[in-house]
Design a protein around this ligand. Structure first.
Ligand code: NBP
Length: 472
């Protein structure tokens, strides 16, 4: 009866594809879904004839699992996860493992892990990236939970994960919320990458107005070089897709109103709480928010006019190269900021995150997979204590090399009145981070002026604070 290696609750897009992946790698899997008809449809459809137990009750589901039981939850993040855990608890025993594979908030994972530990149940917060296709063919997997519990999960998750450079894209991240935090940071970086690609498109469109076919060629060329990545690849493909109804490029018919589910906002909110600059991702989140104000923007566009530059008279090829360089440099800054955030969170929660591992499991299976993650992996392999990715010689050289083009791209955007919150935030971070002196001396004077907040002096020892009587 108890014959299944693992069980999964929640047969929506991700759950269904994940269990098919597990089954295809030789595991026997019990499946359950709150709405029974979903299990029946799976049994009659994609699951037919395969090595599954199609459970119609949670009790049957649990009874089908080998001990220690491994029960993965793949339902909507938030209250549904707590509801499923509550139903599972009376059916499980100490030593069993519950895995939450959804995009849960890491603090929820910490709370759940603590509560279940008291009952002797291991709880795992596992980040799964790669969408529907990744879940089916091999996602990037970011597990967080007890090191002991991981022993019983590792044989399954390392086998179903994507493989990059011969290694599975799955490593143990650390205790409690570590896996879900890394997944959240991954999603934040994904927001940044997508926004930077959109800004490249916006600048080129405003200055050169390439056709969709030309964009297809431009992004296709970029994908052959340093920018080689899943997101550039799908962007290339998007430009080639025609609308069957009108024959026009589908991208030109899509409403410019972006959606978001919340992981980007969580990432930016916590970075800010920890005092970590995350300006590229913050720019990306805000760009989505602004895009969603479509009606307001349409009416503002009739009142507020931008510049009317002359048609672009420079070298088209050079501008395309400049935008590509700006995209690459901004992307490096975004990853550098994301890694600093992970470092700070690791210190805060004592997770001992390993950045080489993180960069290496993002090389395959997930949405941000990219050739340049090999270089990030290398950078942390050489120096696990690297303070900031931009200080690694490989990346520092790229930022030096692309700097002039990066500035040209931002200048062109400004000239044409194109918003580039990601490019400009990245460049401002670069210019701030490399500045030995910033205008914060004036800011400190202002704070002291109106609030007697005091300041330190350049000509006195650090830690000595001064106040000026500004009035009179
Ligand atoms: P959804 O996030 O759309 O959730 C649907 C599933 O949750 C269904 O199986 C539904 O059961 C179940 N569910 C809900 Br809603 N409330 C429940 C409750 N109170 N008790 C039990 N089950 C409940 O599914 P998804 O898109 O497959 O995503 C699953 C998780 O994976 C989410 O956390 C998501 O953020 C994450 N994720 C998604 C992607 C992606 O590309 N979609 C990628 C990576 C991670 P029902 O059939 O009875 O309504």
């Amino acid at each position: 009866m108890s014959t299944c290696d693992i069980g999964l609750i929640g047969l929506a897009v991700m759950g269904e594809n994940l269990v098919l992946n597990m089954e295809s790698r030789g595991f026997r899997v019990a499946v359950f879904n709150r709405t029974t008809s979903v299990v029946e449809a799976f049994e009659a459809g994609r699951g037919q004839g395969k090595n599954f137990v199609f459970a119609k009750t949670l009790a049957d589901f649990v009874a089908a699992l080998k001990r220690p039981r491994r029960a993965q939850i793949m339902v909507k993040a938030g209250a549904p996860v707590d509801a499923v855990i509550e139903q599972l608890i009376p059916l499980l025993e100490p030593g069993d493992v519950i895995i939450d594979g959804g995009n849960s908030l890491w603090t929820d994972t910490q709370r759940r892990e603590k509560a279940l530990k008291e009952k002797g149940i291991h709880f795992f917060g596992v980040g799964v990236s790669g969408g529907e296709e990744g879940a089916l063919k091999g996602p990037s997997i970011m597990p967080g939970g007890s090191a002991e519990g991981w022993k019983s999960l590792a044989p399954i998750y390392t086998k179903i994960a994507a493989v990059a450079e011969g290694e599975p894209c799955c490593r143990y991240m650390g205790p409690d919320g570590a896996g879900h935090y890394v997944k959240m940071a991954h999603n934040g970086i994904e927001y940044g990458d997508m926004q930077l690609i959109c800004e490249s498109y916006a600048i080129l469109k405003a200055a050169l107005n390439p056709s969709a076919d030309e964009f297809h060629r431009i992004f296709g060329d970029w994908n052959k070089g340093e920018l080689d990545s899943f997101l550039i690849e799908i962007t290339t493909n998007i430009f080639a897709k025609k609308d069957p109804e009108t024959g026009l490029p589908i991208v030109d018919l899509i409403l410019d109103k972006a959606g978001q589910k919340g992981t980007g906002k969580w990432t930016v909110g916590h970075a800010s709480e920890m005092g970590v600059p995350l300006s590229v991702i913050a720019g990306a989140v805000e760009a989505r928010i602004l895009s969603s104000l479509k009606d307001e923007r349409v009416s503002a566009s009739t009142v507020l006019k931008g510049p009317s530059p002359a048609p672009y008279s420079g070298d088209r090829v050079k501008l395309i190269e400049a935008v590509r360089d700006a995209l690459y440099a901004s992307k490096i800054i975004s990853y550098a900021q994301g890694m600093v955030q992970l470092g700070k969170a690791s210190e805060l929660y004592n997770w001992h995150l390993n950045f080489e591992d993180i960069a290496s499991i993002w090389r395959g299976g997930c949405i941000i997979r990219a050739r340049f993650l090999n270089h990030i992996t290398e950078a942390y392999k050489k120096n696990p204590a690297l303070k900031n990715l931009v200080l690694d010689p490989f990346f520092a050289e790229i930022l030096q090399r692309t700097q002039a083009n990066w500035r040209t791209a931002v200048q062109t955007a400004i000239e044409y009145g194109v918003a580039v919150p990601g490019f400009s935030a990245a460049l401002s971070y670069f210019d701030s981070y490399r500045s030995a002196r910033l205008p914060a001396n004036l800011l400190q004077a202002q704070r002291d002026y109106f609030g007697a907040h005091t300041y330190e002096r350049t000509d006195k020892p650090a830690g000595e604070f001064f106040h000026t009587e500004w009035f009179g």
